[in-house]
Structure formats: C-alpha cells, structure tokens
Write a protein that binds this ligand. Structure first.
Ligand code: GLC
Length: 746
C-alpha cells in the first residue's frame, strides 16, 4: 500500500463511529457580527453557532468547514481540530469561490459569454490562487447546471442552455481551479454542482421539483458534469431538488450508477446545505437517521450542514444495520484521501503574510478587467453609434442607479470582495474620458426591493438601497434633463444583484421598477442613447430593440468592470462575446431553446403564438463586433464517411473592417434522419479568433463519432446513426452558410 493508503487505513482503524460521522460532516461557520440578521429559515443562532462549532471541532465532530475566508481565523479553527483532538485530522476548508474571492471576476454566465476557455481557465486560476492563499482548499464550483428557463435565478451561475458550450466551460473552470494537481501551490479542489438537473426546476422556481426524460439527462444535463469529471474534478455536490421523484441527495442511480460506475468519478461527494436532513422534508426519509443511511447508501460522502446534521445519526444507523461499516469507511476514506492529496497533514496551516500579498496582486485585477472586456456582448449597434469617439465628444450623461453601484457591479455570490477596489461604470467612464469630456450622472429611478428578502442580505451590504431622502420624481426629471443636454446618454439598466442567483427566481423578465420608463424618457429627448445591460438572465428588451440604437450586455462585470466597459465604449477593445442562451422576447415564450427538434409543420414556425412572434429577440450565439466578418469556402474534406469516421470542416473567415476584432466561429450540426428526431441545429464546435483589419484565416473543425453520437430513448443507449448531416458555420445559431456530408454504415 502507498503512504496515502497506509495512513488512511491506520486512521480509520482508530476512529470511533462518532468520529467517522464527524469526519463526514461539514459545518457552516458564520463568523457573523453579533446582532447580524440571519435568514430565519437557516435556523441559525448567531451567538451560539460559532461556539457550538468550535466545541465540535475539539471532539473530532467535523471534517470540514465552510464560509470562513480570513487566514487568521482559518488557522485558529484548524488548530482546534489538529491540536485539540487526539487524531489531529486537519479540516478541509471549502467555499463558494464561484467567480473570484477578493478579485471578483465577471459572473459565470458572463465568462461563458466570452466563449474563451483559455480566458476562463486563467480567470479561475486567479480565483484559486487567492482562495488557497487564505487557506481555502476547495471551491463549490463550477456550477455546471444547464439552464433553459431564465426565470430561474441561478442561470447567472452557470454557462447557459447548451451542453457543448457548458462542457467546454466546465473543463476550463476545473483546470483553472485544479491545474494539474489540486494539491499544488495556488490550486484547490473543484467541486462541480449541482448533480443533477437543478436548472430545470418546475416553473423556474428555485428548489422546485424536476422531471426530465433520460434523453434530456444524457444528451443535455449530464454532459457538462461528465466533462468536469473527465477533467479530474475532485468533488461533486448534489442538488437540492427531487429528480423524477427521487431527491438527488438520496438518489443512488445518480450518485453511484451514473457518477461513479458510468463516469468513473473517484473523488468525494458532498451534499448541498442541509440537503441530507431535508430528505425527511422531501417525504423520502422517515427521520434523520433514515436520511443519513439512505444518503450515504446513495453515495453522499459528506453532509454540508448548518445545524443538526443528519450524519450525527450515522452511529445509530450503523447500530441498527441501516447502513454498513463498509459504506461509512468508504466515505471516510475518500475524505481523508482528499486531505492527504491537499497536503493538509503535512501543512495544515496557511501563511498569513503570503495571503495578504496574493490578495493584492494587481495582475489579478488585470485578469478581471480582460475577462469583463471579453465577456461583453454587443447586442445591437445601429448606425455604428459605438464605439464613441472620446476625442470629439464634449459631454456624456450616465444614467441609472446601477451605473454607480459598486456592489451591483460585482454581482451575486461574492463575500470577501473589496468595494474600494471595485470600479463602477461611471467611474470607468470618468477615468477614461479625456480632458474635454464632461461626464454627469443621475440615478433617475429608485432601487426596487425584492418581494422577499434575499438569504444573502444577512451579509452586510448585499441589499441595494436609495440614498437618504431620495426623491424619485425630481431625480427622474434631473436624469432626463441631463440626457437632453448631453451629446450621448449612456443608460445602465438591469436587475439589482440580489434579484438573481439562489432563491431569486422571477415570474417576469421585465426591467424592474421604472427603468423602462426612464429609458423611454431619455430616448424621447432625442439624444443618442447607448444602453448597457447589467444582468445575469435575458430581460425583456422588446421596446429597447426598436428604439435604442446601441445595446451592450456588460453582465455583472466584476472588480474592474467599469474600466472594461469604458474600454469597450470608447473602442480601445471591440466586444467579442456571444450569447450563451437564447434571448426570448417575453417570459411567455419560456422555455425557448435553439436546439429544438422540427415539428410537423416547421415552415409555419411563426404560427405558434397568435399574440407574439415565436422567434427569439436574439438567437443563441449572437453577438456583434466593431469588426465585420465574412465567411466563405465552407467545405468538408470528405463528402461521405463511415459511422466511425471523422470529417474535417473548414471555412475561411475574413475581417473586412479597418480594425482588429474577435469573432467566435461556431459550427452547428443537424442529423436529417435516423433512429430519433434530432435537433434542427446543435453546437458541435467553436473557436474564438482575433483577426487584424483585412485578415483572413481558415478555421478547421473535426466532426467525429463523439460529435454525432446521442443517447437514444428507444434503445436506451448511445447511438451514431447513418444519415445525411447538415453543417453550418458562422457567427451565431442562425448561420446561413451550409454544407452537407453523408455517414454510411460500416
Ligand atoms: C447553497 C447553494 C450551493 C452552495 C452552498 C454553500 O445553498 O445551493 O450552491 O455552494 O449552499 O453556500
């Protein structure tokens, strides 16, 4: 046996059942200030909880903590576990390093919109370096849930609707977090979540049940998870909801048959918060002891708990025979192996001075700025209003409350951020504006409050608010007057960051509050308008698309968001992002995806809703540029292949504009006939390229069995059909340039 195995077996042999249960328990440790408001559903007693956790540590009653990010505090708690208990097993510290720790990157949906796996890997390696420096060993990320219903708030945390893009983004994130080995300096364990199907919540309502066919699971919702596992992710987190009637956290088919047996996952599985105990709430487990036995039997190694973990009933379940020593030891083994892999037995503590140095590394802020620049999606640019000419412009009015909100610029799922370091859109424009360019700002409308408080409002500063004595009528008029007197009006609209993310579903996609009214009034002044959208889901822009010449989606752009937006507005860099989801006109069209199958009358596609078009406002993969790209000479290297064969598709892309710009070349495939009706188009290749003015480049894609196979519900297995395959290559999912190739049986 290697050192690792010997050490692990020795420890397991010494552990009592209670200590094993403790090793499989992860507690939240909220060092919240006394008196902080806590979300009542969390059942958290702010005073008692920290003290309770500390005493648990000294009894060997916890294997991991989450929600601690201060290196001094992490060392203090680690010392309690290592020096306070007879076995001295170090803690694994996990955290939601979803899009950065101190340097906040654009939200994940924005990074997906860059269609740039190299950038995403670089960005998450910055996040990993900062996390590891403070003593965090494990990120509860990437979130790889496919989202096809924008009412679901967690669409912001993932990579959108498409399994091919989602898988590429998942791999890039795992590589960014783990590098070659998560135990290496500056690297952490990646924990793709939430297995599985969470994004298909009924009605887009977070946490609600999910019903998905096996074909949906294997062809759409599983691929990003399988890709993350193939990339070596060390952990997976289970989902809250029930999948086809079986709670994901008690679902052995999902967590063992699929995850371990089919995909070969060798890491450890953690539940989502209280999700084991809540197997009772689901009406699945009879009581916490039953919940513990069924979760560990399904394949949940570690329980994430806020209070009253179900896994403290594991000794009872062992006693009653509801679970076995073998099952418990297998889970303990996987957790201990992760700790040894992270070097925690040799180096349990973190160097606090080094942490401070890493967290202030200016190179990290640069990565955040570049990420925000490459994530932005130019939705519309009629008449070439953008880029603005900073040398000629004399005045700009920047309108909207989001334009100067540091906290909203960062987006959801940030806790250890530095607002002083955060550059808002207004600050970015002011810093970039030349001497002769006056930049004025007005909020115009008040902040809209959610209909129920966000669970994250217990962390200070999470909920936006209006300035003292805010007079909306006066401010609205001031904003319109400013716009009227300026040469250009830049209006920032969107959702406040606590309106999206977890427990933040919406029943509409309209701009909250009086934002649309504000845009209409500003447009009514006749001043040219640039609309900037700060968002994480598609919003209802039907009016704006008809009346606003330039619309740039800037997402929640992160710590250097404002600097990136200014560079984009003034043309220092061209937008090159593409939409990672189909953008519906209205919530009534939801769900709307590009990879749908043909119906019996596709040519009447528009004849669906009598009151609204059945086409999207913007198609999947859409994104304009300051460059101009032409596609030509689309070709396949062989007109026909056998089912195991591979064709090479080539296309020539030319930038006919007078400036450098990026284009994301996209390849879509359609199987014309076969053992199932296949989607009219499916993304099966993409490449982001930078082309100088006038530059042409031949881009090649290989289309083999992996791109053509699909899971067939009739034979309940993967198949690759003989058929004719349409191929399109272009700038989005409606690309017109097409060719075809044949696949014949061997
Ligand atoms: C939350 C989320 C999960 C997160 C965990 C810890 O409820 O569902 O994504 O990682 O709890 O914060």
């Amino acid at each position: 046996m290697g050192t690792t195995e010997a050490q692990v077996e020795e420890l397991i042999a010494q552990m009592t059942p209670a200590e094993k249960a403790g090793q499989l328990t992860q507690y939240f440790y909220f060092g919240l200030p006394a008196g902080a408001e806590t979300e009542p559903a969390l059942g958290l007693d702010v005073e008692r909880h920290p003290r309770m956790v500390e005493s648990v540590l000294q009894e060997g009653g916890a294997g991991s903590l989450l929600f601690v990010t201060d290196p001094t505090e992490i060392n203090r708690l680690q010392r309690l576990a290592v020096e306070g208990h007879r076995l001295g097993i170090p803690l694994l510290f996990g955290f939601d390093v979803v899009h950065g720790l101190r340097t906040i990157l654009p939200v994940p949906i924005a990074m997906a919109a860059s269609w740039d796996p190299g950038l995403i890997e670089r960005a998450q390696s910055v996040a990993a370096r900062e996390a590891r420096a403070v003593g965090i060993h494990w990120a509860f990320a990437p979130m790889v849930d496919i989202a096809r219903d924008p009412r679901w708030g967690r669409i912001v945390e993932g990579a959108g609707e498409d399994p091919y893009l989602g898988a590429a983004v998942a791999v890039a994130q795992v590589r960014g977090f783990q590098g070659r080995e998560p135990g290496a300096p500056g690297r952490i364990i990646a924990g793709p979540k939430h297995l599985a199907g969470y994004g298909a919540a009924l009605g887009g309502r977070d946490y609600d049940e999910v019903s998905l066919s096996d074909s949906d699971l294997w062809n759409v919702y599983f691929p990003p998870f399988e890709a993350a596992v193939d990339a070596g992710a060390g952990n997976v987190m289970t989902a809250y909801m029930s999948l086809n009637g079986i709670p994901a956290t008690g679902n052995r088919w999902l967590l063992t048959d699929v995850l371990r047996d089919a995909w070969g996952f060798e890491g450890f599985v953690v539940s989502d918060a209280n999700a084991v105990r809540n197997l009772v709430t689901h009406g699945f487990a009879a009581d916490p002891s039953d919940a513990a036995a069924r979760a560990i039997g399904a394949g949940v190694d570690m329980e994430m708990a806020i209070v009253d973990p179900a896994y403290e009933h594991l000794p009872e379940a062992l006693e009653s025979g509801a679970t076995t020593q073998q099952a418990v030891d297998a889970s303990v083994r996987r957790v201990l192996e992760a700790k040894i892999r992270m070097g925690l037995f040799d180096t349990p503590y973190v160097e606090e001075d080094h942490a401070r140095e890493v967290l202030t590394d200016p190179a990290h802020r640069e990565v955040a700025r570049v990420a925000a620049e490459r994530a932005a999606v130019l939705l519309r640019n009629e008449g070439g209003l953008l880029p603005l000419d900073g040398d000629k412009l004399g005045s700009i009015a920047v309108i909207g409350p989001l334009a100067d909100s540091k906290r909203d610029t960062l987006g959801p799922w940030v806790f250890d951020h530095d607002l002083d370091e955060t550059v808002t859109v207004l600050e970015g424009i002011r810093a970039r504006a030349g001497e002769g360019l006056r930049v004025a700002h007005a909020r115009g409308v008040r902040v809209v409050q959610r209909v129920f408080p966000s669970m994250f409002d217990m962390f200070g500063g999470n909920a936006p608010d209006d300035p003292e004595g805010f007079d909306e009528e006066a401010e609205f008029k001031r904003a319109v007057d400013l716009a009227r007197g300026a040469e250009v009006a830049v209006v920032v609209v969107g959702e406040w960051q606590n309106m999206i993310g977890e427990a933040a579903s919406r029943s509409s996609l309209e701009l909250p509050g009086r934002q649309l009214e504000l845009v209409q009034a500003v447009v009514g002044t006749g001043t040219p308008v640039v609309l900037l959208v700060m968002n994480g889901r598609p919003l209802d822009l039907r009016w704006a698309v008809e009346h606003v010449p330039a619309i740039l989606d800037i997402w929640y752009p992160g710590t250097r968001g404002g600097a990136a937006v200014a560079n984009l507005l003034f043309g220092d860099v061209s937008p090159g992002g593409k939409l990672p989801f189909t953008w519906p006109r209205t919530v009534g069209q939801v769900p709307m995806v590009y990879a749908h199958t043909r119906s019996h009358e596709p040519e009447n596609q528009p004849r669906r809703y009598w009151d609204e078009s059945s086409t999207p406002l913007f198609p999947f993969g859409h994104g304009l540029s300051y460059g101009r790209f032409e596609y030509a000479d689309l070709a396949v290297d062989q007109p026909a292949i056998v089912t195991t064969g591979t064709v090479t598709v080539s296309v020539e892309v030319t930038n006919t504009a007078d400036r450098e710009a990026d284009e994301v070349v996209q390849l879509y495939l359609h199987q014309r006939h076969g053992a199932a009706s296949r989607p009219v188009r499916e993304l099966k290749g993409f490449r982001r390229v930078t082309l100088a003015a006038g530059e042409s480049r031949t881009v090649r894609f290989r289309v083999g069995p992996k791109e053509r196979r699909y899971w067939n519900a009739a034979v309940r297995d993967w198949v690759t059909d003989s058929s004719s395959f349409d191929v399109w290559v272009g700038a989005d999912s409606t690309a017109p340039l097409a060719t075809v190739f044949e696949v014949k049986a061997e």
